[in-house]
Design a protein around this ligand. Structure first.
Ligand code: ATP
Ligand code: MG
Length: 434
């Protein structure tokens, strides 16, 4: 196939057989977020480039090398959003949603774009579910965000396979003091640092803590520790977060090297990681960003949030075999009709069934066909039952109902009883396609 007719590398189609799992996941997420009183916001996928430069930070991986940036026809520089926090902050500022200390608890979902090397769990168009909370400065809300994700992992059946890593970056003042001490220490070992870390030492020294390089890691063992530089406010905030997680019984590990890739974090940062996905092991990351709104030109407004990677979580569900079996079934009833008269009657009765049971997934055979061919299609459709309408049934004002997934005998129902019977039959069936 010619290259122009292929999808762009790292940008995936979600094919029909995969979309039930996406819908299942989105349904679970929305359920949990609703239950904590969060409201959904939907932002555009394109913003002025300047927004991301200013919020995410010039010397981050994202802004330095991962953004899809292009000139609009009028010369404006635009960027496909690499993450959602910047857009969300822009939106709440622009619409006055955080004026005068107004609290907002928001969530969003959608595609994000980063020009990275595509591999398992890492794509150029990927999807996140993100949550952002404004004007709640206390540790209680940091803990609530983590509890919410913990509840979601339980709902998905993956809580046993994820680990919560927690750290505090402190206020910008305490971080500045730490940064100075870290730079001082690392400068003494400059020659041994890996190339990225040498570069970061002047631009973004905290990111050196993130280095995967073995020699750099060894040097870091004796480096000054961030927690020793935390001021009282950051310390008590962090203790408050931990006390709440302890109270709720959420296990975590403290990781004082956890800094996260974005510039805007302060105080609490956290990541949920797994060892089930190989190198792409972070499924959710977040933290507090109390200075971001002001940095973007707004009034001082605290913020805290997280984003989870949908593809990585779906990979986890597949790897751990936590995909519910019923997702395989996408049709409840397949309606077979034989002969022109029966086909017309099938149109009538299918619509009556839909009137009576809107949630029933009813597929009507299209394109006619022999008994054998229609049954083959019924079977392939994944339906639990086939309805059978032919000349004989019509003459008797009846219809056949045949179970397709077990040995139970076919039944004959009076047409007038059809909707009532199906309603009773499927009322108790729990269907997850809502
Ligand atoms: P990583 O360290 O894996 O590059 P990150 O720190 O860049 O992740 P964040 O910006 O915190 O990621 O985004 C939150 C979540 O979004 C990540 O934890 C991950 O699950 C997901 N994610 C980030 N980048 C990608 C990508 N290119 N493809 C798929 N998922 C991604
Ligand atoms: Mg990244």
């Amino acid at each position: 196939m010619s290259k122009t007719l292929q999808a762009i590398r790292g940008m995936n189609d979600v094919l029909p057989e995969q979309s039930p799992l996406w819908r299942y996941f989105e349904h679970k997420v929305a359920g949990v977020l609703d239950s904590y009183g969060y409201q959904q916001i939907r932002m555009p996928v394109v913003e002025f480039t300047e927004l991301f430069r200013r919020s995410i930070g010039e010397v981050t991986d994202i802004v330095e090398k991962e953004m899809y940036t292009f000139d609009d026809r009028n010369g404006d520089s635009l960027t496909l959003r690499p993450e959602g926090t910047a857009s969300c902050v822009r939106a709440v500022m622009e619409h006055g949603l955080i004026n005068n200390g107004l609290v907002q608890k928001l969530w969003y979902t959608g595609p994000m774009f980063r020009h990275e090397r595509p591999q398992k769990g890492r794509y150029r168009q990927f999807h996140q579910v993100g949550v952002e909370v404004f004007n709640l400065p206390g540790p209680d809300i940091d803990a609530e965000l983590i509890l919410m994700t913990w509840r979601l992992w339980h709902a998905l059946g993956i809580a046993d396979s994820v680990t919560l890593e927690l750290n505090s970056l402190g206020t910008s003042e305490s971080r500045a003091a730490y940064r100075a001490a870290l730079v001082d220490y690392l400068s003494g070992h400059f020659e041994q640092l890996d190339e990225d870390s040498q570069r970061r030492l002047s631009s973004n020294p905290l990111r050196v803590l993130d280095s995967k390089d073995a020699t750099t890691q060894a040097i870091l063992v004796a480096a000054p520790r961030l927690e020793d530089y935390l001021d009282e406010d950051s310390r008590s905030h962090f203790a408050g977060v931990r006390a709440r997680l302890d109270a709720a019984g959420v296990p975590y590990v403290l990781n004082n090297r956890l800094v996260r890739g974005l510039d805007y974090y302060s105080k609490t940062v956290f990541e949920w990681t797994t060892d089930k996905l190989g190198a792409q092991g972070t499924v959710c990351g977040g933290g507090r960003y109390d200075a971001l709104v002001e940095q973007m030109g707004g009034k001082p407004t605290t913020g805290v949030g997280f984003a989870m990677g949908v593809e990585r979580l779906l990979l986890m569900l597949e790897t751990l075999e936590k995909v519910p079996a019923e997702l395989q079934q996408q049709v409840d009833v397949y309606f077979c009709a034989f002969g022109e008269k029966a086909e017309l009657a099938a149109v009538h009765w299918a619509e009556r069934i839909r009137d009576a049971i809107p949630s029933l997934r009813l597929q009507v055979n299209a394109g006619g066909g022999s008994f054998k061919s229609q049954f083959k299609k019924a079977d392939r459709s994944t339906a639990a039952y086939a309805l059978i309408l032919g000349e004989d049934e019509l003459n008797n004002h009846s219809i056949g109902l045949k179970p397709l997934r077990n040995d139970t005998e076919q039944q004959t129902l009076a047409l007038d009883d059809l909707t009532g019977y199906l309603d009773a039959l499927f009322a108790t069936a729990t269907r997850s396609h809502a």
